[in-house]
Design a protein around this ligand. Structure first.
Ligand code: ZN
Length: 269
């Protein structure tokens, strides 16, 4: 493969191509996900496939770099089904931070953690952003996919509850990787009606206090692994959600590319 404008996937580039690329862009996207169960109708890689495909579209538009994704995340509540991997919070946090800090060493100033694992590993990634900012002089951002597509998802949704492997994720996958979704096997699983005040089981719900689901509780709640109704997912909904998040992340990357490089003092050099 020769050097060209559409060369942005680091895993497919030589070091010389990367060296040339960081003269043009100081921004890298790192898709961060989890390998975990997604019900009967979708594969284990959903939380990585989604952010990687979204990041690819942003890289195509902006010319920023795209790092190989982080496939393993913090998923203790999904271990009730085989195929799920989970790593300790600290392990995950240090691993993601060290990956990004490596990129700082070869000239990358801005890093966006494109997070496909809904809500659960947000605290770890927020800490990573703080460490990269304060200790490595980077401009770092945690970009949960769910925040990027919230406007479109809210506009198109039909189900009352969409929590895991349901309307939102299934719609995104129908748009991005339809061959990996088996809608014949999709089933609605109702959320429990015993939610406590300030908590519920919807991704955009009234979750105003910190709480967590254990694997045992998930096992009680869902025989299939999904929570919510994936049968109302459509490719059209997914297309709107993808456009929404790609557009927003593209704006952020373009704004970063317009900024001046941090001073030596800011970057700690
Ligand atoms: Zn997921």
């Amino acid at each position: 493969m020769s050097q060209s404008d559409d060369l942005y996937r680091l895993a497919e580039m030589t070091w010389q191509e990367v060296e040339a690329a960081v003269d043009e862009t100081q921004t890298i996207l790192l898709p961060v996900g989890s390998t975990e169960q997604h019900g009967h109708h979708m594969p284990l890689g959903v939380d990585v496939y989604m952010p990687d495909a979204v990041a690819e579209r942003v890289a195509e538009r902006t010319g920023c770099l795209l790092a190989p994704p982080v496939w393993y995340g913090v998923s203790p509540h999904h271990t009730f089904k085989p195929g799920t991997f989970t790593v300790e919070s600290e392990t995950f946090q240090h691993y993601v931070r060290d990956i990004c800090a490596s990129a700082a060493d070869w000239g990358v100033e801005n890093v966006l953690l494109i997070n496909g694992h809904y809500l659960v590993q947000d605290p770890e990634l927020d800490v990573v952003v703080r460490e990269l900012t304060n200790e490595h002089g980077m401009r770092a951002f945690h970009v949960p996919l769910i925040s990027g597509f919230e406007d479109a998802a809210t506009a198109v949704r039909d189900s009352d509850v969409s929590f895991h492997a349901s309307e939102f994720e299934t719609s995104m996958m129908l748009e991005l990787f339809p061959e990996l979704v088996d809608m014949d096997r999709a089933e609605a699983v109702d959320a429990p009606d015993d939610a406590l005040p300030l908590t519920d089981y919807d991704a955009f719900g009234d979750n105003r206090v910190g709480w967590a689901l254990s694997a045992d509780r998930m096992d009680e709640l869902t025989p299939t692994g999904n929570l919510g109704d994936p049968t109302v997912a459509t490719r059209e909904k997914g297309a709107r959600m993808v456009d929404d998040v790609v557009g927003k992340v593209t704006q952020l990357v373009e704004a970063l590319d317009d900024l001046d490089a941090p001073t030596a003092a800011e970057s700690g050099e």
